[in-house]
Write a protein that binds this ligand. Structure first.
Ligand SMILES: C[S@@+](CC[C@H](N)C(=O)[O-])C[C@H]1O[C@@H](n2cnc3c(N)ncnc32)[C@H](O)[C@@H]1O
Length: 278
């Protein structure tokens, strides 16, 4: 759910993550804050082969490796530099069950039905062709194997005190991502997308992050360092594109920070889907 501009041969000027050191820190903050909510039920059996597609800087890879110490994890990303960083993190955490490969989801060098499970987190929201991407991944999955897809949905954001300017600033990010070929509201579409790709037994669970001042680690880790930092990150692009004026954007950011005060409240819903190939 975070981004910077980049180019991939398979994407139409799509947001690509993980080059900027500040972005790496933000992804790491995001991961540690949300790990329990999003991943506590992701555990793969010993000896199973797991493909993590679009691992980025490894923000979820360490969790995958630690939650499933007996599984063999192959993590791929299109970005060499992100993989180098992910490798460093995994080594630092002392995990020995992950191998990394640079590669494009649309053109990976794996054999058919090579993996028992596939894990994709915060990736398809950035692709102009998520159905094609999941179709490409599906062929690497054994019959009876599972795919887990986790995505955000910026349209789910709610907060107190409410602010039209904050909603406008958020919508400018949604619009920028749309112009880049992505979909920042893709969480709500996981069921129909997986259904279209032909997966069965699809189970989607909304995971709501609810924050008030009684949860200072989420005020800091989610509202400030994850969500508001992400919206702030598109300030120049949104202003340059003329999709919002500067006073409105800046007031929107101020109002998002206002939700971190004692009486403030913030909500955001992630969607986690698990489906089977059958
Ligand atoms: C927002 S990051 C998410 C990284 C990681 N899954 C996480 O949750 O922190 C999206 C990642 O998808 C990768 N990516 C985008 N398009 C890709 C493609 N066609 N093939 C492989 N990786 C891709 C980007 O390089 C980036 O690292």
């Amino acid at each position: 759910m975070s981004f910077e501009f980049g180019i991939s041969k398979t994407m139409n000027r799509t947001y690509v993550h993980g080059y900027d050191p500040r972005e790496n820190i933000r992804l790491q903050d995001q991961a540690s804050t949300l790990v329990e909510l999003l991943h506590s039920d992701t555990k793969y059996p010993p000896d199973s082969k797991v493909l993590e597609a679009g691992c980025g800087v490894g923000a979820q890879t360490v969790m995958l490796a630690q939650n499933s110490p007996g599984a063999y994890i192959t993590s791929v990303d299109i970005s060499e530099s992100s993989i180098a960083e992910a490798k460093r993190r995994v080594e630092e955490a002392g995990c020995t069950n992950v191998v990394f490969r640079q590669g494009d989801i649309f053109d990976l060098p794996f054999g058919d039905e090579q993996f028992d499970h596939i894990f994709v987190c915060f990736v398809i929201e950035h692709l102009s062709n998520p159905i094609e991407a999941l179709n490409c991944l599906k062929k690497f999955l054994k019959n009876g194997g599972t795919i887990t897809v986790i995505e955000g949905d910026h349209g789910s954001t709610s907060f107190y005190p409410d602010s039209e300017e904050a909603h406008k600033a958020i919508r400018s990010l949604v619009e920028l991502q749309k112009r880049a070929g992505g979909n920042a509201n893709i969480g709500r579409e996981l069921y129909p997308i997986l259904n279209t790709v032909g997966f069965g037994s699809i189970r989607v669970s909304p995971r709501m992050v609810y924050v008030d001042s009684s949860k200072p680690h989420l005020v800091e880790g989610f509202i400030k360092k994850t969500f508001t930092a992400m919206i702030e990150g598109v300030r120049e692009s949104a202003l340059d594109a003329g999709m919002i004026d500067q006073p409105t954007f800046d007031k929107g950011i101020k109002d998002l920070y206002r939700t971190t005060e004692k009486d403030g409240v913030f909500g955001y819903t992630f969607f986690k889907a698990v489906a089977e190939k059958n």
